[in-house]
Ligand binder design. Structure first.
Ligand SMILES: [Zn+2]
Length: 262
């Protein structure tokens, strides 16, 4: 089975369920009692829909067929913002959120970014009662999207949480497929959890491929509470797309891109 295929994604979810993990959305995590009870086994399924929204519909269908609920964060640009996909994913019972990058889009102007944020939050709320938002941490952007929250508060708009701001990472272990591997935090500027990553690394909670991660799950080495972030454009059974992701999105190429920018 190819890594980063839809088949192995399904296998990953099934392996988690077989070990007793509940697969839940970010909003449900924030609202639930699990947040306090660290012995409850759960995985928050977070998807950053950076591109190819139709791929997200495929992972959404797989999750739905397994009784899992996930959160899909959409960007404003047309590479992500596909109303048909948003509606279809919401209809499958998943959570929809706003994958914001207003600081970048407004050239770092915090007041303009706040107004842009509200406009687009209202836009996504046409399709779903959005309760959570998540920063799009483009490695090539000069701006940190979270800087908006130094001046403004999303909670005034009825937003209950932002994964980077409102998750207790002393209890929730974090995994991301950034760099098309599970240890891409090494090359990512923003998609990492600085204060806990060293602790996790010291405990050996580091895997490169999905088969390695699957083995760890089977051996009971995964922590009780986890947030798994994936970019569904990367997970495909389509051969041409699969090769494209392999060539363009691997860790080495991301290092190169960062090196050129700096
Ligand atoms: Zn993103």
């Amino acid at each position: 089975m190819r890594d980063f295929s839809l088949d192995i994604y399904r296998t990953l979810l099934e392996a988690l369920q077989a070990k007793g993990y509940r697969l839940i959305s970010y909003a449900d995590y924030l609202k639930g009692e699990e947040r306090k009870a660290t012995d409850e086994k759960l995985v928050i399924l977070r998807h950053d829909v950076d591109a190819r929204p139709q791929n997200s519909l495929k992972t959404a269908q797989i999750e739905h067929s397994l009784g899992a609920k996930a959160t899909y964060y959409f960007r404003v640009g047309k590479e992500s913002n596909d109303p048909q996909a948003i509606k279809a994913i919401a209809q499958l019972g998943h959570e929809i959120g706003y994958h914001y990058e207003d600081m970048s889009l407004c050239g770092g102007d915090v007041d303009q970014a706040w107004s842009h944020f509200q406009t687009w939050l209202d836009y996504f709320r046409q399709y779903y009662a959005v309760e959570t938002i998540c920063m799009h941490g483009a490695p090539t952007s000069r701006y940190d999207g979270k800087d908006l929250w130094k001046k403004y508060d999303y909670k005034t708009l009825g937003i209950i949480g932002e994964p980077y701001m409102d998750t207790d990472f002393s209890k929730v272990f974090y995994l991301t497929d950034t760099g098309r591997c599970w240890d891409g935090y090494k090359v990512s500027v923003r998609d990492k959890i600085p204060q806990y990553q060293d602790e996790w690394t010291a405990k050996g909670l580091v895997w490169h491929t999905t088969p390695q991660l699957l083995r760890a799950i089977e051996e009971g080495r995964l922590p009780q509470q986890v947030m798994i972030t994936t970019h569904p454009q990367r997970w495909t059974n389509d051969s041409a797309l699969w090769w494209k992701e392999l060539v363009l999105q691997n860790c080495k190429n991301i290092i190169k891109k960062l090196w050129i920018r700096n």
